[in-house]
Each structure stands twice: as C-alpha cells, then as structure tokens.
Design a protein around this ligand. Structure first.
Ligand code: NOJ
Length: 765
C-alpha cells in the first residue's frame, strides 16, 4: 500500500516536472527568463532535495584536495544513491559523466541534472601555456582563444563548468599559485580575466561548446602572508578595492556564471564565511546573480580557522555569508537540514542559494537536455586535434619572454655544434605544467624534439642531462624529493667543452608551483645552479632556457650568462615553440606580467608600489631612505619587461592638452621605431601616476598597451586615449572617482624605462 502511494506520488511529480520542462522549452524561445520556472521547481522541492542541490562531491578516484575523512565515503555514496547531489567535480569523459548523470536522474525524485565541474585551468587535453606564461603574451585574442579551445575540449567530454579563471593578483613569487593567474597588475589582470571568461563562456552559455566559468578565489587569496599557501591575509580596504577586486569585477562584467571563495581569511574572517565579500560586495553592490561555490573543504575549515567552534556553526556561517554550494566538505548535507529546521538558518537563505544554482543549470541548457555535453563523436575528433595543437603552438610562442641577449647570441647562427644540457632538455612532462586537467602525462614536445626538427640538418646536437630536479615520484599530489645527485656533471662538462654553444634547459619541476607549493628559496632547485656554473666555467657561450611557474631569483645568471629565455611551462607544443624562437623562426615579443626580484628578501615586489615618505635611488647622498643596504634596489627585471631580436625606440611623447576636464579625452602620442634589423612585435605600454590624492597612489599604474608589428626600420606614431574613467580609484571617501590634480603619464616598452609628460585634471563645478 505504502509502495503504491509512493509510486503514485513519484508519477505525479514526474508528470508535473515534464509539463514544467516542456513549458520551459517553449518559453525559452520567447525569453531566457527562467525565474518563474525556478520558483516553481523550488516549490516542489523538499528541504533535503534543496540541500542536495547545494552539495558538490568529488570523483572518488581523482581528488584535487585532501583525502576524505572517516565516514566521508559512506556519506557520499549514500547521497549519490539517493540522487541528493547537485554537482560533481573531477568526473570526466562522455562515458563517466553520462553514467553519473543517468544515475542521479534515475535516483532523484525531480530529476534535476547534475553539474560537472573541473579545474580546466590552461587546457583540457591540449595544454596551453600556464596562465602566468600566457599572460606574458599580453595578447588578449590569444588568451581568449586558448580558453575557447579548452572549453570546446572539456565540453566534448561532458564537462559543464571550469573552476577558472584564477584572477588573484599576487606580488609574492613564493606563493606557488602565482602560476595560475595573470601576475601582479590589476589592469592587465582585468583584461586577461575578462578574455578568459569570454573564451570559456562564449556568447551563449547554453551552447554545447561552451562551459561556465568561475572567478576565483574571492578575494585576496593571492596576498597570503609570507607567500605561504592557505595563510591569512590582512589587507587595507584601499588595496582590496584598488588592486584585488578589479579583475573579479571584470569577470562579473564579462558575465561570469560563478565565483569561488578561498581558503584564506581576510582581516579575521575566512573568505568562505565572509558576508562582506560575498553578500555585501559580490551579491549586493555588484548584483551578481550566479552562485558562489566554496573551495574544496573550505566550509569545514571555517572551524579550523577558529571562526566557528564546530562544523555545524561553520556551516551556518558559510551559508549565511553567501557560500551557495559546498565543495567537498559534506557540511551542508550533514548540518544544514538541522540548522534550517531549528530556525538558525532561514529556509529562504537556502532557497536563494538553490535558486542561484538552478539558474546556472538553466543557463547551461541542462534542463532541456542533461546529456547535451556528452558527444562521443566530438570527444573523439575535437579533443587534442591537430588544429588545437597548432593554436597551442602559436600561443606558446607568443608567451616566451627574452630576458637577456648579450652580443646577439640569439637567434642561433647555424650550422654549429651545440651542447644541449640540463634536466629539462628531454623532459616531455614538465612543460605540461601543473593543473593539467586531462593532459596525457609525458605528451609534450620536448625541447630536444623541437630542436631536432627545427635546426639546420648540419647542426650537431650533443646531449647531457647533467642532473635531475627531483628524485622519485612526482605528481600534483605527491610530496616532491629534490635531487642533489651531481654524478652527471662530468658528462655535461665534456659536452660543453666540445661545443660552440650551450643551450641549458633548467628551472623548476612543474609540481613545484600551484596549490600547496610555496617556496622560501626561489632560486634554481637542487644542484642546477652548480651545474650551470660548472658548464659556464668551461664554455661561457650559454643560452639558458628556463621553465618555471614563478619569477625566480636569477641574479647570478643575469650577471653572467649571455642569453636567457623565459618559457614558463608552455604546454603540449613547448619544444616546437622554444625551437622556433631559438632558431629565429619566431621573434619573441612576450613581456613579464610579474616583476623578477633580485633576491627572495625583496618580496613582495611589484612595480605599482607607493612612493613612501623616503623614496630615493642609489645616488642618494645619505642612508636615511627606504632601501636595503645589502642589495641593489628595484627588481632584476621589472613588470612589462621583455626583449626582441630587434630593438625599439620611443621618441616624441606629446599630449594634445595639458589640462583636461572630466568629460574630455587626452591624446597621448609617441613615435615608435624599429631600430633593428628584423621585423618584430613590440608591446607599447602606457602608465600614469596620480601625483597627490586623498589616499596615496602608486608610483606607476598601467592604463593601456598595444601590440604593434613594425618591419625593420619602420616608424609609427602610436596614440593612446586617456579619459577621466582611467584615472578613477577607490578613494578616501570610499568612492570610485577621479580626483582633480596633476598626473604624470609615461610611455615605453616596460614599467621602468619610459618617456614622461605631465597633465592636469581640472576641477569640475
Ligand atoms: C582547491 C583549489 O584551491 C581550487 O582552486 C580548486 O578549484 C579546487 N581545489 C577543486 O579542485
């Protein structure tokens, strides 16, 4: 009898739901407004089902966070078998996503489709340069394209949602997650962030070729104290609003579907439970309508931070603050029911969170067809296609930064006998980078393969590994063991001695950066510095090819080695891209998105710092100014820096006015000339300085850039337009406005060497 009535009830709901879906489809033709359908659906849901929608669990076999605690697996299984899950992460492939989706649709009463999320950070199977490297291209079309391809590949495998872009501004290279973002500058960071959102989401979220993006980690995670991951952040409102929030706002303006909170606390409140960030700023002031997912396990960790005395209170704090979906901690599914029933969390709060989650599911078109992203045909033909790899090669070349090229050692003069030395020469795995989604391990083109293919057939290549970076197992989850074995030095020395020139491929293991990979020493790990000095002693004609996920301390190298090429981790086509640059087939044009320090003691270091009351330079005639007594001042290579095989000269900076009012435009003109012997791209940059404000302003702020191709000897006038909009900041009154007064404007090829002029913004009455 009981079973019969249950069946009846299920049938009624099924009919109701079908009517609702048909209606949804019909109405969608007229308007994309899902709100009434969402309300109707919420009206049908039990509290348990609502909490299910706010619960995300990970694929058991592929964790990107700490291993499950006791009881977690049982609980996950229980929820899955009742269909009380809103989303899963790390389930991929048409086959697996289909199986999980079918299970939830069958087990759950209302058949609300699952949302499959994954960290598709710089590619799905075709790997692109790590985000920090890609930002070095300053090429927004390239950035958008790599995200678009990543979305196409991921969506073909059933993924709906990526936990990207990472838009955390950071000034501290010790923090391993610097590799995931766009570096230190809020202006470049905002443009890159928006390009990534556009790439992932395209024009229509309901296209089965696009996926929902997630701006993370909201907010200020990149300022973890002393660069140690998961550490606290203590930050002024001034820095929060002027430096940290702009890239998040840019994502919002680009229509990002979701946000992720972070593991850190900001000014005493864990970000996952911070009503100021989530309720007041994001959902209030900014009117964000999508949903916020916590970070993995971070709801539980609200108690570890000490904001709550137990997990139940942590749950209460997190949901009230505005964390809509609980990633992985199972706190919502364990405690939220009781919290609502006892009135400690109003049901309306849970309803609002559910509404946000359902809204994104509607936007993705999952109610129309929960399997729309499952295409075996597309998975077979689109993922890792030749076309995608060609795009990866192009973007990889654009991301390379030439740091030093004394005596025009590069491009290589062929043919010659070249010793190719170092642990990364034949490595096919490290260039894939960390956060590699579904890349196939060891699938990158190695530098060795690239050189063999590209260099003249008469060039003789000698090889010596020299040393290794790590010993033993290495992966995203493993603790790494650094190798100190020098037994390969003798062979390296010999190869170097016999060669006209040495190419050394050295740097970090890719798993030395990204989450939980902070370093106190940002030099070359292991015995690589020793290897470099050993090789240099017998043959100083050295080109260093660096692979690394963060700015490193390269002071010795910069002083001694004639040529240095920064290649980050370039992805699937790494070796081909590097060989194209070394051989001169491609003239490098990348510029640093983060300052490279002279030593770790300078950190945090960034170009857009404040003046201090005691600014100065090396020529100061007394010691009482802001500096280090044991180090040269300023970075080794500043933000925006990068060389080309040709040279560029900036002259004739002119402003069309010296005084503007807030409704006028300022035209900033300069002449750019290619003074070298080869055509090349230059990234011309415009900076400003607000000389006096209601709060102090940075000594320089990037406000524009242009990537320009000039043939050898060609000259072009470049024009930037500045308006009062570009002069705005979050001021002492807590307002986003431009303040009248004097400004400097700078134009040049990096943040250090510029032409400059002065103008004034007039008071408006
Ligand atoms: C933890 C990381 O902080 C976050 O960025 C990532 O999206 C999740 N794990 C899921 O893998």
């Amino acid at each position: 009898m009981k079973t019969g009535s249950n069946t009846m009830r299920s049938l009624q709901f099924l009919i109701l739901f079908l009517c609702f879906v048909i209606n949804a489809c019909a109405q969608k033709l007229v308007s994309p407004n899902y709100e009434s359908k969402i309300d109707a659906l919420i009206g049908l849901m039990t509290l348990e089902e609502k909490i299910g929608q706010l619960t995300q669990i990970s694929n058991h076999f592929d964790l990107t966070g700490p291993p499950p605690q006791e009881g977690d697996d049982k609980k996950r299984y229980e929820l899955l078998s009742k269909g009380l899950i809103g989303s899963m992460l790390n389930v991929t492939s048409v086959e697996d996503t289909r199986r999980a989706q079918e299970m939830v649709l069958e087990k759950s009463r209302l058949g609300i489709p699952l949302l499959f999320g994954m960290d598709v950070i710089h590619g799905y199977r075709t790997m692109f340069p790590i985000p920090l490297g890609e930002a070095a291209s300053w090429d927004l079309e390239a950035v958008e394209l790599s995200s678009r391809i990543a979305a196409r590949e991921a969506s073909a495998s059933g993924i709906h949602w990526t936990f990207a872009p990472v838009v955390d501004i950071t000034r501290d290279a010790r923090w391993g997650r610097i590799m995931e973002g766009a570096g230190e500058d809020p202006y470049l960071g905002s443009l890159v962030a928006a390009a990534r959102v556009r790439g992932f989401q395209g024009d229509h979220l309901d296209s089965s070729y696009t996926i929902a993006a997630c701006a993370k980690h909201f907010a200020a995670y990149g300022f973890a104290e002393s660069g140690r991951d998961y550490n606290i952040v203590d930050m002024s409102e001034n820095t929060l609003y002027n430096v940290v929030l702009p890239p998040f706002k840019a994502c919002l303006d680009a229509g990002v579907a979701t946000f992720m909170s972070g593991y850190h606390e900001l000014n005493g409140i864990p970000a996952t439970a911070d009503p100021l960030l989530l309720r007041d700023i994001l959902k209030g002031e900014w009117g964000f309508e999508g949903f916020v997912v916590s970070d993995y396990n971070s709801v539980r960790e609200v108690a570890s931070h000490g904001l709550a005395s137990n997990r139940q209170e942590a749950t209460q704090r997190a949901i009230l603050a505005g964390s809509d979906m609980d990633m992985g901690s199972l706190c919502y599914s364990t405690y939220l029911g009781e919290l609502v029933e006892s009135g400690r969390v109003p049901e309306s709060v849970a309803d609002e969170a559910v509404r946000r989650v359902l809204r994104v599911k509607f936007q993705l078109g999952l109610f129309e067809d929960p399997f729309r992203y499952c295409s075996p045909e597309r998975e077979r033909t689109e993922v890792y296609s030749e076309k995608n790899r060609a795009a990866s090669l192009d973007i990889a070349r654009k991301s390379i930064v030439l740091l030093k090229n004394e005596g025009g050692l590069l491009p290589l003069k062929q043919p010659r006998r070249i010793a190719v030395i170092g642990p990364l020469v034949k490595d096919k795995d490290v260039p894939l980078g960390s956060w590699r989604a579904r890349a196939i391990d060891n699938s990158a083109v190695s530098l060795w393969e690239g050189l063999q293919k590209t260099l003249h057939k008469d060039t003789e290549l000698l090889y010596a590994e020299g040393c290794r970076i790590t010993a033993g197992k290495r992966s995203f989850r493993d603790k790494l063991t650094i190798s100190y074995d020098t037994s390969g030095f003798a062979a390296a020395r010999e190869a170097a001695r016999d060669a006209d020139l040495v190419i050394m491929a050295i740097g970090e293991d890719c798993f030395q950066s990204a989450e939980a990979r902070s370093r106190t020493d940002i030099g070359l790990p292991g015995v690589q510095q020793q290897l470099l000095e050993t090789v240099y002693a017998v043959n100083p004609n050295v080109v260093v090819v660096l692979m690394n996920g963060r700015p490193l301390d390269l002071s010795w190298m910069a002083e001694n080695v004639p040529a240095i090429v920064e290649t980050w981790f370039l992805g699937s086509e790494s070796g081909n891209a590097i060989a194209d640059v070394l051989s001169g087939k491609y003239n490098p044009s990348g510029k640093l998105p983060a300052s490279f320090p002279r030593s770790v003691g300078q950190l945090p270091i960034y170009y857009n710092h404040k003046s201090t009351g005691r600014p100065g330079n090396e020529n100061h005639n007394h010691i009482f100014w802001s500096h280090y007594i044991d180090e040269k001042q300023g970075p080794l290579w500043p933000f925006g820096y990068g060389l080309s095989y040709t040279t560029f000269e900036y002259t004739g900076l002119e402003l069309n006015k010296t005084v503007i009012s807030s409704d006028e435009q300022l035209e900033v003109k300069a002449t750019l000339e290619n003074t070298g012997k080869m055509g090349g791209h230059e990234i011309a940059q415009l900076y400003i300085c607000d000389l006096a404000g209601s709060i102090t302003r940075p000594v320089k702020e990037l406000k524009g850039f242009r990537k320009i191709w000039l043939e050898a000897g060609e000259q072009r006038e470049i024009t930037f337009i500045l308006t009062a909009e570009d002069l705005k900041f979050y001021n002492a009154a807590g307002k986003w406005e431009a303040e009248p007064g004097e400004f400097k404007v700078f134009v040049g090829g990096n943040s250090r060497e510029n032409l400059e002029a002065v103008f004034e913004l007039k008071e408006t009455r």
